[in-house]
Design a protein around this ligand. Structure first.
Ligand SMILES: Cc1cc2nc3c(=O)[nH]c(=O)nc-3n(C[C@H](O)[C@H](O)[C@H](O)COP(=O)(O)O)c2cc1C
Length: 256
Protein backbone atom coordinates (compact mmCIF):
# COMPACT_ATOMS: atom_id res chain seq x y z
CA UNK A 1 0.00 0.00 0.00
CA UNK A 2 2.59 2.59 1.09
CA UNK A 3 5.29 1.21 -1.24
CA UNK A 4 5.23 1.10 -5.01
CA UNK A 5 8.04 1.07 -7.61
CA UNK A 6 8.49 4.86 -7.40
CA UNK A 7 8.69 5.10 -3.61
CA UNK A 8 10.93 2.01 -3.58
CA UNK A 9 13.36 3.86 -5.86
CA UNK A 10 13.17 6.92 -3.61
CA UNK A 11 13.61 4.98 -0.36
CA UNK A 12 16.60 3.09 -1.78
CA UNK A 13 18.40 6.20 -3.10
CA UNK A 14 21.79 7.12 -1.68
CA UNK A 15 24.54 9.45 -2.78
CA UNK A 16 27.08 7.60 -4.95
CA UNK A 17 30.76 8.45 -4.59
CA UNK A 18 32.31 5.86 -6.97
CA UNK A 19 31.40 5.55 -10.64
CA UNK A 20 32.03 3.02 -13.39
CA UNK A 21 33.48 3.95 -16.79
CA UNK A 22 30.23 3.09 -18.55
CA UNK A 23 29.20 6.10 -20.65
CA UNK A 24 25.72 7.61 -20.34
CA UNK A 25 23.86 7.98 -23.64
CA UNK A 26 22.47 11.28 -24.88
CA UNK A 27 19.03 9.69 -24.87
CA UNK A 28 19.23 8.97 -21.13
CA UNK A 29 20.70 12.40 -20.35
CA UNK A 30 17.88 14.09 -22.24
CA UNK A 31 15.26 11.91 -20.52
CA UNK A 32 16.72 12.83 -17.11
CA UNK A 33 16.76 16.56 -17.80
CA UNK A 34 13.26 16.43 -19.33
CA UNK A 35 12.03 14.68 -16.16
CA UNK A 36 13.77 17.43 -14.18
CA UNK A 37 11.93 20.06 -16.20
CA UNK A 38 8.61 18.41 -15.48
CA UNK A 39 8.99 19.28 -11.77
CA UNK A 40 6.52 21.89 -10.54
CA UNK A 41 7.83 25.42 -11.09
CA UNK A 42 7.01 28.93 -10.00
CA UNK A 43 8.70 30.51 -13.00
CA UNK A 44 11.27 28.08 -14.53
CA UNK A 45 13.98 30.25 -13.02
CA UNK A 46 16.76 27.78 -13.78
CA UNK A 47 19.22 26.49 -16.36
CA UNK A 48 21.29 23.32 -16.27
CA UNK A 49 24.91 23.26 -17.43
CA UNK A 50 26.48 19.95 -18.41
CA UNK A 51 30.16 19.04 -18.55
CA UNK A 52 31.27 15.61 -19.80
CA UNK A 53 34.65 16.21 -21.49
CA UNK A 54 36.49 14.74 -18.50
CA UNK A 55 35.72 12.72 -15.42
CA UNK A 56 34.54 14.69 -12.44
CA UNK A 57 34.42 14.28 -8.63
CA UNK A 58 34.29 10.61 -7.57
CA UNK A 59 35.17 9.60 -11.17
CA UNK A 60 31.71 10.57 -12.43
CA UNK A 61 31.30 10.98 -16.20
CA UNK A 62 28.68 13.75 -15.91
CA UNK A 63 28.70 17.01 -14.02
CA UNK A 64 25.54 19.11 -14.00
CA UNK A 65 25.59 22.63 -12.58
CA UNK A 66 22.08 23.71 -11.69
CA UNK A 67 21.75 27.47 -11.84
CA UNK A 68 19.19 29.99 -10.74
CA UNK A 69 18.45 31.89 -13.94
CA UNK A 70 16.74 35.27 -13.99
CA UNK A 71 18.34 36.12 -17.35
CA UNK A 72 16.18 34.04 -19.70
CA UNK A 73 12.91 35.35 -18.24
CA UNK A 74 14.18 38.93 -18.50
CA UNK A 75 14.85 38.32 -22.23
CA UNK A 76 11.31 36.97 -22.64
CA UNK A 77 9.87 39.92 -20.71
CA UNK A 78 11.81 42.35 -22.91
CA UNK A 79 9.94 40.97 -25.92
CA UNK A 80 6.74 41.97 -24.14
CA UNK A 81 8.15 45.36 -23.12
CA UNK A 82 8.43 44.46 -19.47
CA UNK A 83 11.33 44.78 -17.05
CA UNK A 84 11.88 42.82 -13.84
CA UNK A 85 11.21 45.04 -10.84
CA UNK A 86 10.80 42.24 -8.26
CA UNK A 87 13.50 42.42 -5.62
CA UNK A 88 16.46 40.08 -5.89
CA UNK A 89 15.81 38.20 -2.65
CA UNK A 90 12.34 37.23 -3.89
CA UNK A 91 13.74 36.18 -7.27
CA UNK A 92 16.45 34.16 -5.55
CA UNK A 93 13.99 32.42 -3.21
CA UNK A 94 11.74 31.41 -6.09
CA UNK A 95 14.80 30.51 -8.16
CA UNK A 96 16.13 28.28 -5.36
CA UNK A 97 12.79 26.50 -5.18
CA UNK A 98 12.48 26.03 -8.94
CA UNK A 99 16.08 24.88 -9.37
CA UNK A 100 16.01 22.55 -6.36
CA UNK A 101 12.82 20.81 -7.38
CA UNK A 102 14.17 20.32 -10.91
CA UNK A 103 17.48 18.98 -9.56
CA UNK A 104 15.83 16.43 -7.31
CA UNK A 105 13.55 15.29 -10.13
CA UNK A 106 16.75 14.66 -12.13
CA UNK A 107 18.15 12.61 -9.24
CA UNK A 108 15.08 10.38 -9.09
CA UNK A 109 14.88 10.03 -12.87
CA UNK A 110 18.56 9.02 -12.90
CA UNK A 111 17.89 6.40 -10.21
CA UNK A 112 15.05 4.99 -12.29
CA UNK A 113 17.54 4.40 -15.15
CA UNK A 114 20.02 2.70 -12.80
CA UNK A 115 22.30 5.74 -12.50
CA UNK A 116 23.61 7.19 -9.27
CA UNK A 117 24.37 10.78 -8.35
CA UNK A 118 25.80 13.04 -5.66
CA UNK A 119 25.26 16.72 -5.07
CA UNK A 120 28.22 19.04 -4.54
CA UNK A 121 27.42 22.07 -2.45
CA UNK A 122 30.32 24.46 -3.08
CA UNK A 123 28.96 26.04 -6.29
CA UNK A 124 27.59 29.27 -4.73
CA UNK A 125 31.03 30.00 -3.33
CA UNK A 126 32.65 29.35 -6.73
CA UNK A 127 30.06 31.32 -8.67
CA UNK A 128 32.51 33.74 -10.28
CA UNK A 129 34.81 30.94 -11.44
CA UNK A 130 31.93 28.80 -12.78
CA UNK A 131 30.49 31.86 -14.55
CA UNK A 132 33.78 32.42 -16.40
CA UNK A 133 34.11 28.74 -17.28
CA UNK A 134 30.61 28.46 -18.77
CA UNK A 135 30.41 32.06 -20.07
CA UNK A 136 27.29 32.73 -18.02
CA UNK A 137 25.28 35.87 -18.73
CA UNK A 138 24.45 38.16 -15.79
CA UNK A 139 21.74 37.07 -13.32
CA UNK A 140 22.59 33.40 -13.65
CA UNK A 141 23.83 31.98 -10.35
CA UNK A 142 25.23 28.44 -9.86
CA UNK A 143 23.19 26.95 -7.01
CA UNK A 144 24.41 23.39 -6.75
CA UNK A 145 26.33 20.79 -8.76
CA UNK A 146 25.34 17.19 -9.36
CA UNK A 147 27.70 14.44 -10.48
CA UNK A 148 26.07 11.46 -12.13
CA UNK A 149 26.92 8.15 -13.76
CA UNK A 150 26.59 4.39 -13.40
CA UNK A 151 27.49 3.41 -9.80
CA UNK A 152 30.55 1.37 -8.90
CA UNK A 153 29.39 1.02 -5.28
CA UNK A 154 26.15 0.13 -3.56
CA UNK A 155 26.08 1.52 -0.03
CA UNK A 156 23.03 1.16 2.19
CA UNK A 157 20.58 4.05 2.31
CA UNK A 158 21.64 6.57 4.95
CA UNK A 159 19.57 7.24 8.04
CA UNK A 160 17.16 10.10 8.48
CA UNK A 161 15.53 11.71 11.51
CA UNK A 162 12.59 9.73 12.91
CA UNK A 163 9.23 10.76 11.47
CA UNK A 164 8.22 12.17 14.89
CA UNK A 165 11.10 14.69 14.51
CA UNK A 166 10.00 15.69 11.02
CA UNK A 167 6.23 15.58 10.59
CA UNK A 168 4.35 17.91 12.93
CA UNK A 169 0.59 17.90 12.56
CA UNK A 170 -1.38 21.06 13.34
CA UNK A 171 1.31 22.57 15.54
CA UNK A 172 5.04 22.51 16.12
CA UNK A 173 5.52 20.42 19.27
CA UNK A 174 7.72 21.18 22.23
CA UNK A 175 10.90 19.27 21.43
CA UNK A 176 11.61 17.20 24.52
CA UNK A 177 15.11 16.01 25.44
CA UNK A 178 13.95 12.47 24.68
CA UNK A 179 12.83 13.39 21.17
CA UNK A 180 16.12 15.13 20.47
CA UNK A 181 18.13 12.24 21.88
CA UNK A 182 16.15 9.69 19.84
CA UNK A 183 16.76 11.71 16.67
CA UNK A 184 20.49 12.04 17.41
CA UNK A 185 20.80 8.35 18.22
CA UNK A 186 19.08 7.28 15.00
CA UNK A 187 21.36 9.47 12.90
CA UNK A 188 24.60 8.83 14.77
CA UNK A 189 24.24 5.07 15.19
CA UNK A 190 23.18 4.73 11.55
CA UNK A 191 26.21 6.60 10.21
CA UNK A 192 28.67 4.90 12.57
CA UNK A 193 27.25 1.45 11.71
CA UNK A 194 27.90 2.17 8.01
CA UNK A 195 31.44 3.36 8.76
CA UNK A 196 30.50 6.40 6.67
CA UNK A 197 33.08 8.85 8.01
CA UNK A 198 35.77 6.21 8.55
CA UNK A 199 35.50 4.86 4.97
CA UNK A 200 35.38 8.32 3.43
CA UNK A 201 38.14 9.62 5.78
CA UNK A 202 35.80 12.55 6.39
CA UNK A 203 36.24 14.69 9.48
CA UNK A 204 35.83 18.46 9.80
CA UNK A 205 38.89 19.78 11.66
CA UNK A 206 38.31 21.74 14.85
CA UNK A 207 39.33 25.38 14.62
CA UNK A 208 40.84 27.74 17.19
CA UNK A 209 43.10 25.11 18.77
CA UNK A 210 40.16 23.15 20.12
CA UNK A 211 41.58 19.73 21.03
CA UNK A 212 40.33 16.75 18.99
CA UNK A 213 38.80 14.08 21.21
CA UNK A 214 36.86 12.09 18.61
CA UNK A 215 37.95 9.01 16.67
CA UNK A 216 36.08 7.28 13.86
CA UNK A 217 34.54 5.06 16.56
CA UNK A 218 32.41 7.98 17.77
CA UNK A 219 32.67 10.71 15.09
CA UNK A 220 29.06 10.86 13.91
CA UNK A 221 26.60 12.86 11.86
CA UNK A 222 25.51 15.21 14.65
CA UNK A 223 29.16 15.92 15.52
CA UNK A 224 29.94 16.52 11.83
CA UNK A 225 27.03 18.85 11.26
CA UNK A 226 27.71 20.71 14.53
CA UNK A 227 31.30 21.33 13.41
CA UNK A 228 30.03 22.59 10.06
CA UNK A 229 27.44 25.10 11.22
CA UNK A 230 29.41 25.84 14.39
CA UNK A 231 32.50 26.99 12.50
CA UNK A 232 31.92 27.75 8.81
CA UNK A 233 30.46 30.70 6.89
CA UNK A 234 30.27 33.10 9.83
CA UNK A 235 30.64 36.13 7.59
CA UNK A 236 28.00 37.19 5.06
CA UNK A 237 30.56 38.94 2.89
CA UNK A 238 31.75 36.01 0.80
CA UNK A 239 28.33 34.87 -0.38
CA UNK A 240 26.97 38.41 -0.84
CA UNK A 241 30.02 39.14 -2.95
CA UNK A 242 29.49 36.10 -5.19
CA UNK A 243 25.82 37.04 -5.61
CA UNK A 244 26.69 40.63 -6.42
CA UNK A 245 29.26 39.62 -9.03
CA UNK A 246 26.48 37.59 -10.70
CA UNK A 247 24.11 40.55 -10.64
CA UNK A 248 22.02 39.83 -7.55
CA UNK A 249 22.01 42.60 -4.97
CA UNK A 250 20.73 41.81 -1.48
CA UNK A 251 21.43 45.12 0.22
CA UNK A 252 18.52 47.18 1.47
CA UNK A 253 19.20 49.77 -1.22
CA UNK A 254 17.13 49.10 -4.32
CA UNK A 255 18.86 48.01 -7.49
CA UNK A 256 18.66 50.61 -10.25
C1 LIG B 1 22.77 20.86 -1.28
C2 LIG B 1 23.61 19.63 -1.07
C3 LIG B 1 24.99 19.73 -1.08
C4 LIG B 1 25.79 18.61 -0.94
N1 LIG B 1 27.15 18.74 -1.03
C5 LIG B 1 27.92 17.63 -0.99
C6 LIG B 1 29.33 17.72 -1.21
O1 LIG B 1 29.87 18.81 -1.44
N2 LIG B 1 30.06 16.58 -1.17
C7 LIG B 1 29.49 15.36 -0.96
O2 LIG B 1 30.20 14.35 -0.95
N3 LIG B 1 28.15 15.24 -0.73
C8 LIG B 1 27.37 16.34 -0.77
N4 LIG B 1 26.00 16.23 -0.61
C9 LIG B 1 25.38 14.91 -0.39
C10 LIG B 1 25.02 14.75 1.06
O3 LIG B 1 26.18 14.56 1.82
C11 LIG B 1 24.07 13.55 1.19
O4 LIG B 1 22.92 13.75 0.42
C12 LIG B 1 23.68 13.32 2.67
O5 LIG B 1 24.82 12.97 3.40
C13 LIG B 1 22.64 12.23 2.82
O6 LIG B 1 23.14 11.03 2.26
P1 LIG B 1 22.38 10.27 1.08
O7 LIG B 1 22.21 11.26 -0.07
O8 LIG B 1 23.29 9.13 0.70
O9 LIG B 1 21.07 9.83 1.61
C14 LIG B 1 25.19 17.35 -0.73
C15 LIG B 1 23.78 17.25 -0.70
C16 LIG B 1 23.01 18.37 -0.89
C17 LIG B 1 21.49 18.23 -0.91
Amino acid sequence: MSENPITQVMLNRKSIRRYSHQPVSDEIIHAIVSAGQQAPFASQLYSVLLSRKKRHAFGAPLLFTICIDAYKISRIMEKRNWKIVSNDLTLLLFGIQDATLMAENMVIAAESFGLGSCFLGAAPYMAEKIAKQYKLPPRVFPLVQLVMGYPAENPSPRPRYPLEFTLFEDEYPELTDEMIERAMKQMDEGYIAQGYYRKGKIRIPLENDRPETYTYDNYSWTEHISRKWGQWHRSLEEILNQLEIRGFCLSRAERN
